[in-house]
Design a protein around this ligand. Structure first.
Ligand SMILES: CC(=O)N[C@H]1CCN(c2c(Cl)cnc3[nH]c(-c4cn(C)nc4C)nc23)C1
Length: 287
């Protein structure tokens, strides 16, 4: 059974709370163990008072719960259940044993091509699964990706995802770096609910994995201008296959971006990910 936390009714007394794992936008996350089964999970605590202040944030949390509860994929962080008391809402999340991807990226500066290719292949598989369920993530960036105990990546934080189509107004906050041109241009918002937005962000993510900084990183004004023109330069030391894939994702016209099936079959991905190939992906032996 892949859902060890079977009971539908959860309450705080069922869990032993461990060390804090970190802070999300609206709450703290703790390591936790479910007493009767010893099952390890991550407990995200959100204060209702904080949510009520935010404009529509409560609806965003409700949407996060509704969307993430129904997803089951090895590269998507599981939401096993939720409960609340008078002051707080609790999300029972899968524990990702190797923590936040962006910390690994900052520590290593950038990833070797074989590791970046494996991560992008896993992201493409997760996004294909999401898009088949008409879910658009819309906030793909290293900060929203966790690493499981076997080094596999897990998309987390569905606070910005939507069931397409959806005509709810959304205020944007956080970094501009990952926003596709159609989301920074004023005018028609219906492109915001086209899953092609995730393809652009996948291209930005791939560039950042390989180069160590985002392709349009600049002052906010310049970032805005450079995104609108897809104005980026790819360092000459990036392999030509990788350059080719980046250029096929960072395309202004959403309809012309490489579909996820073709991302998974791209020569750069095949070269590094097909099992049994030359062992290019040799991880340093664990000390
Ligand atoms: C936006 C947000 O919630 N960010 C983070 C906080 C911790 N959290 C985790 C969530 Cl939600 C799930 N699993 C995690 N594992 C870890 C972690 C593991 N190590 C070794 N170090 C850390 C940290 N953190 C989590 C998500």
């Amino acid at each position: 059974v892949d859902q060890p936390l079977v009971p539908k009714q959860f309450h705080l007394g069922m869990f032993e709370i461990g060390r804090p794992l970190g802070k999300g936008k609206f709450g703290r996350v703790y390591l936790a163990r479910e007493r009767s089964t010893g099952f390890i999970c991550a407990l995200k605590v959100l204060y209702k008072s904080e949510l009520q202040q935010g404009t529509g944030v409560e609806k965003q949390v409700r949407r996060e719960i509704e969307i993430q509860s129904n997803l089951r994929h090895p590269n998507i962080l599981k939401l096993y259940g939720h409960f609340h008391d008078s002051k707080r809402i609790f999300l029972i999340l899968e524990f990702a044993g190797k923590g936040e991807l962006y910390k690994h990226l900052r520590r290593e500066n950038r990833f070797p091509e074989w590791k970046a290719a494996q991560y992008i292949a896993q992201m493409a598989a997760a996004l294909r699964y999401l898009h088949r369920k008409h879910v658009i993530h819309r906030d793909i960036k290293p900060e929203n990706i966790l690493v499981g105990i076997h080094g596999e990546i897990k998309i987390s934080d569905f606070g910005w995802s939507v069931h397409a189509p959806n005509n709810r107004r959304n205020t944007l906050c956080g970094t501009l770096d990952y926003l596709p041109p159609e989301m920074i241009k004023s005018g028609s918002k219906d492109n915001w609910y086209n899953e092609k937005v995730d393809l652009w962000s996948l291209g930005v993510l791939m560039y950042e994995f390989l180069v160590g900084e985002a392709p349009f990183e600049d002052t906010p004004i310049m970032t805005h201008k450079r995104i609108a023109r897809a104005d980026m330069t790819i360092p000459e030391w990036v392999s030509k296959e990788a350059k080719d894939l980046i250029k096929k994702l960072l395309v202004l016209d959403p309809e012309k971006r490489l579909p996820l099936e073709e991302v998974q079959n791209h020569p750069w991905i095949i070269k590094h990910c097909v099992k049994g190939e030359r062992a290019t992906n040799r991880e340093k032996p664990v000390k």
